[in-house]
Design a binder for this molecule. Structure first.
Ligand code: ADP
Ligand code: ADP
Length: 225
């Protein structure tokens, strides 16, 4: 039994199947990349794990407990999207504090946790700025901070680098990996970019047309037989 076990997961929209009999697992603290072409079902799979979309059948066990009947809030999973979806009328600080305020935590604790996480993503100099005053890479770091501040049991990253230009993409890629290792945060990263998958992952799960076709570390997947 691993930290995360996805078993026989199925999802269709009406008569159209998005993915079939998905099985994979992740160990605690592992960085697993789901790699596959656009349209193969990666995003939908993440959304199902987060509870943003229902599944038709199957199990998603996190720390031994099935997530399927739980609401997204009860799952305590963090998710970062390609479009950062920040609140445009809130400063960086207030964007990051939002989830903790909803939980009605004491103000002093919110302040401490927000400051801690903004330091981690190197945004302490930008706390009073609004999203439109930030670069794409900075916005994505705010989105990451907003997830991390909730101390998720699992972090889901849906193509978080795709909207960024090449240099910023590499920088954020390395930063995500460092933070993930420092926090020992179990992470599922979705991408269609093979180089990203190779640079980042402990393990790669290859997906194609709604099925998992192979899984292993970079070396075992790409070494010639
Ligand atoms: P749920 O699975 O909880 O119903 P989804 O996130 O899967 O929610 O559905 C997202 C939206 O897509 C819903 O509004 C749903 O009605 C719509 N939808 C469902 N099936 C199809 C389809 N075949 N084509 C287009 N949209 C669909
Ligand atoms: P990927 O993330 O790998 O690009 P997606 O999970 O976004 O793939 O999409 C997989 C397939 O499911 C696509 O064919 C897409 O059109 C379809 N799909 C995704 N969401 C919906 C929806 N709400 N309603 C109907 N079809 C959907």
């Amino acid at each position: 039994m691993s930290y995360l076990n996805v078993t026989q997961l199925n999802k269709s929209y009406g008569p159209t199947s998005v993915f079939q009999d998905i099985d994979f697992s992740a160990s605690e603290g592992e960085f697993v990349t789901l790699l596959g072409p656009s349209g193969c079902g990666k995003s939908t799979l993440l959304r199902c794990i987060a509870g943003l979309t229902s599944v038709d059948s199957g199990q998603i066990l996190l720390q031994g407990k099935d997530l399927v009947p739980l609401s997204p809030q009860q799952r305590a999973i963090g998710m970062v999207f390609q479009s950062y979806a920040l609140f445009p009328n809130m400063t960086v600080e207030r964007n990051v504090a939002f989830g903790l305020k909803m939980q009605k935590l004491p103000g002093a604790e919110i302040q401490r946790r927000v400051a801690e996480v903004l330091e981690l993503v190197e945004l302490n100099d930008f706390v009073k700025r609004y999203p439109h005053q930030l670069s794409g890479g900075q916005c994505q770091r705010v989105a990451l901070a907003r997830s991390l501040v909730m101390r998720p049991r699992l972090l889901l990253l849906d193509e978080p680098l795709s909207a960024l230009d090449a240099r910023i993409r590499r920088h954020l890629r390395d930063q995500i990996r460092l933070i993930q290792q420092e926090l020992k945060l179990t992470t599922l990263f979705v991408t269609h970019d093979q180089e990203e998958a190779l640079m980042l992952s402990d393990r790669i799960v290859l997906m194609n047309k709604g099925k998992i076709v192979q899984s292993g570390d970079a070396e075992s997947l790409y070494s010639a037989p």
